[in-house]
Every structure is written in C-alpha cells, then in structure tokens.
Design a binder for this molecule. Structure first.
Ligand code: IFM
Length: 445
C-alpha cells in the first residue's frame, strides 16, 4: 500500500503549521536605518564566512515582505515565525530608529490581514555593534540593554503578536560563538564562553520579567537540541556523549526549569563563571508559557583523552546527509519532544520552532524539484505525531525556512527554503516541497 498522504486532519485541532525566518538572514540590513551588528564585522574578517558574504541585501525582504507573506498565505500556513532585529530597532543598542519599528508594525499587520499568526523572536543573533564593542554577551550590561529593547519593540507590536520568544538558540549564541568560534563574535575562549552561557539566560530572564510586568502574554524561549549518541559501546564514549548532551541539550533547559546547571558542565566552566551567578537562577527560572524546540540532526561522540575539557571527538555516522553535512535522523525529534515533556515541561505547550534541511536546489524549466526535502519534512512531521501520541503537548511546527537565505558562516550557498531565491535577481520560485506542504495542509480528511 502507498503511504498515507500527510493531511492537516492527522494533527490535533488547532495545531499550527508555519514557516520560520530571521531578520538578518532575509531582510537586508543595509536598508531602513538599521545599525551595524556583530555579524557585519565578523563577515568582513577574512576566513569567517564563505566568500565573506553578509546580510546587507540578503533576500531584500525589507522591500518584498508583502509578496513573501502572500507566499505563506498561498501555502495554507497558519503562522509565521519571524524575528525583530535589535540593530534595526535600536541601531546603537540604545536609541530607537522609528523607521525600524514602523517596518515591524507594517509587517505584523500584513501577517494578520493574511490570517497568519505572528510568532515573534526578539533575538536571532543581530547584536548591535555598539554593544559588541563593550564585550557583547560576555558583559552583564548587555542583558539589561536587551530587556530595554524587548520593552521598546513590545510597546509597539505586542498588542498584535501571538507569542514572543526571547532568544533563539542560546547554545549558538554562547557555545558556537565563544567556544567553537564559528559564529560572531568568533571567540575561542572558555572564560568568555562561561559568561555568555550564563548571560544569555540572564537576558532571557530579565526580558521575561520586563514583559510580564507589562502584561504581555505567551512568552517563551527557543532552544536547539542535537541528538547525542556514543560512537561505540565503550563506557568512555558513553560518558563523552553524556558531556556533549549536558552542554548542548541540558544546560539551558535545566537552567530554566530547575534553576541549576548540570554538574558535568560546571566541571569545565565553573572556574570561569561570573561572580554570584547562582543569585540569577530564580530570575532565569521564571515560569514560561511555551517552549520552542529547534531540531536538525544527531552527532556521534567519542572520548578524546589527553585533550582539555570537554575532551570530545566527533565520529561520522552512517545516515544520509543534507547539504550541510548533517545526518538525517527524525527519531531524534521524537526523542526530544517526549524527553522534554516528561522531564521538564509536562503539559506546557511545545512548538517545533525550526526543522528543515539544506539542499543544492536548482531551477530547471522554471521549477525546483526537491523530493528529498519533501521526505525530510514529512518524516519529521511523522516524528512529531509520534511524540504527540506518546503524550507530548506539541502545538505547532514551523519549517526552517520559508526562503533560501543567509546561512551565517556558510553564506548563501546552503539552501534551506521552501522557496528558491535567486541571489542575483532575487526572484522567488516555490519548490516542489512548498507545493506538497500546501496540498497537505489543504487536505482536511
Ligand atoms: O539558519 C539557521 C537559523 O538561523 C538558526 N537555526 C538553524 C538554522 C540552520 O542552520
């Protein structure tokens, strides 16, 4: 028998289907009075980003946003996860750019008029350079500036957004950017990492406190999770996978839901943590309304004896890979949704806020056929259904991303979109995955 085609009706009533993007990746940061952010200087430094590409023009969503919203409406989507750019709203991190907030005001109205629920993210990595100059996420003061920004933008659009997430992927903000050095500001320093790992959550807590005080409903955070498996049966490799799991998958959620950090991570970061960090944990652990889960892949880990903490070595797995080189492993999504619901959030709503794959898609005869993405998407939606059947209260799923866009250190080479973007002409061509999803969402039986 052919597999049952995916249909909206297979998900609980009110389940939301959406697409996700982020400001710096699509808008064009050179338009509309946005200030410089740390990604501009990171990209301008040789060796950091493929072809030194940046987000100055990106997909020119700043001027083409109406057509982009039309694409989501035509795909029968219910919601749009977007981010507001700190550097656009407050170019120097402090003073407001009226043109910037006007843009988001129009954008939110545009979503509502098309029946798309606005899911806002406050920070998707565009830290104003003026704040980076003072140490960015290594400086506690940045957390207070973030709460000010959260208040300013919420005063303008908070009456119309369906939900607000504080931070997108704190692991990337802190670990990937300060320990591995692959994202802005490109540091490789354990002391800076410890501070960023804590301050990014403190910023979250301060913003939640500020927005709650204003009566803003439906506050959450978006964490990313990466399935950590041992490379072999050796106990040392099991312990290595455990260390990686604690850094990537436990630090942030345990900080928020248990007001503690995992011992396995404090074993390395402890000596470098900011003074009296324990005093911030109650603020960090304020109750949320929902949790966002971003999930892409798994990694296999081996012990690396003789190397400094965390003494890890990646080992290649045997699953098919995406254009990013990431293994396709939908079981991992089911695993995290059930684990988070059982161990951390109970029946608090969970949204899959990002899931998707990069593929070297090409336009041929005016069309893009990306059957591999259709399989990826439908297998991850099946994993989501399986988690719901196991009791996880998953309320929605956002595909990453609506458009091919600026994939950070990979520049424009890696294509994640449901819609192909020609980065010379900026023409948009919906891919076969876009059409397959639109058909599935129209199918109600
Ligand atoms: O493009 C990114 C996004 O900005 C954050 N989550 C992962 C995506 C794919 O790498």
């Amino acid at each position: 028998m052919p597999p049952e085609p995916l249909a909206r009706a297979q998900f609980p009533d009110g389940f939301l289907f959406g697409a996700a993007t982020a400001a710096y990746q699509i808008e064009g940061s050179s338009f509309g009075g946005a200030g410089p952010c740390h990604w501009d200087s990171f990209a301008a430094t040789p060796g950091n980003v493929v072809r030194a590409e940046n987000g100055a023009r990106a997909c020119d969503h700043y001027h083409r946003w109406e057509a982009d919203l039309d694409l989501m409406q035509a795909a029968n989507l219910d919601a749009y996860r977007f981010s507001t750019s700190w550097a656009r709203v407050m170019p120097d991190g402090v003073n407001v750019n009226p043109e910037g907030i006007d843009f988001y005001d129009r954008l939110v109205d545009g979503m509502l008029s098309r029946g798309l629920q606005p899911f806002q993210t406050l920070y998707h990595w565009d830290l104003p350079s003026a704040l980076a100059d003072h140490g960015g996420w290594t400086n506690r003061d940045t957390c207070h500036r973030f709460a000010d920004y959260a208040e300013v933008i919420t005063r303008r659009i908070g009456d119309r957004v369906a939900s607000v997430a504080t931070i997108n992927e704190p692991w990337c903000v802190a670990w990937l950017s300060h320990f591995i050095g692959a994202h802005a500001p490109g540091l490789r320093d354990i002391r800076a990492t410890a501070r960023a790992m804590h301050h990014v959550l403190l910023a979250h807590g301060l913003a939640v406190g500020r927005l709650r005080g204003m009566g803003q409903p439906n506050l959450g955070i978006v964490l990313n999770f990466d399935h950590a498996a041992p490379a072999s049966d050796a106990p040392e490799d099991h312990a290595a996978a455990g260390r990686y799991d604690a850094i990537f998958n436990r630090w942030f959620i345990e900080g928020i839901t248990r007001q503690t950090y995992p011992e396995e991570v404090l074993a390395g970061l402890g000596p470098h943590m900011p003074a009296n960090w324990q005093d911030d944990m109650a603020l960090i652990g304020q109750k949320l309304d929902w949790l966002g889960v971003n999930y892409y892949t798994r990694h296999l880990h081996a012990d690396a004896p003789g190397t400094p903490w965390p003494s890890l070595r990646d080992v290649a797995g045997d699953r098919p890979r995406t254009q990013m080189g990431w293994e396709i492993y939908p079981e991992g999504l089911q695993g995290f949704l059930t684990r988070l619901s059982r161990n951390h959030v109970g029946q608090m709503p969970i949204y899959v806020t990002e899931n998707g794959m990069a593929n070297p898609d090409r336009v041929e005869d005016g069309q893009v056929t990306d059957a591999v993405r259709e399989d990826f998407l439908f297998s991850h939606l099946a994993a989501t259904r399986a988690a719901i059947a196991e009791g996880a209260n998953v309320k929605g799923f956002f595909y990453w991303s609506l458009l091919d866009n600026y994939e950070w250190a990979e520049g424009y080479e890696k294509r994640f979109g449901l819609v192909h973007v020609d980065f010379d002409t900026l023409a948009r061509v919906p891919k076969s995955s876009y059409h397959a999803l639109a058909r599935a969402l129209a199918r109600n039986t």
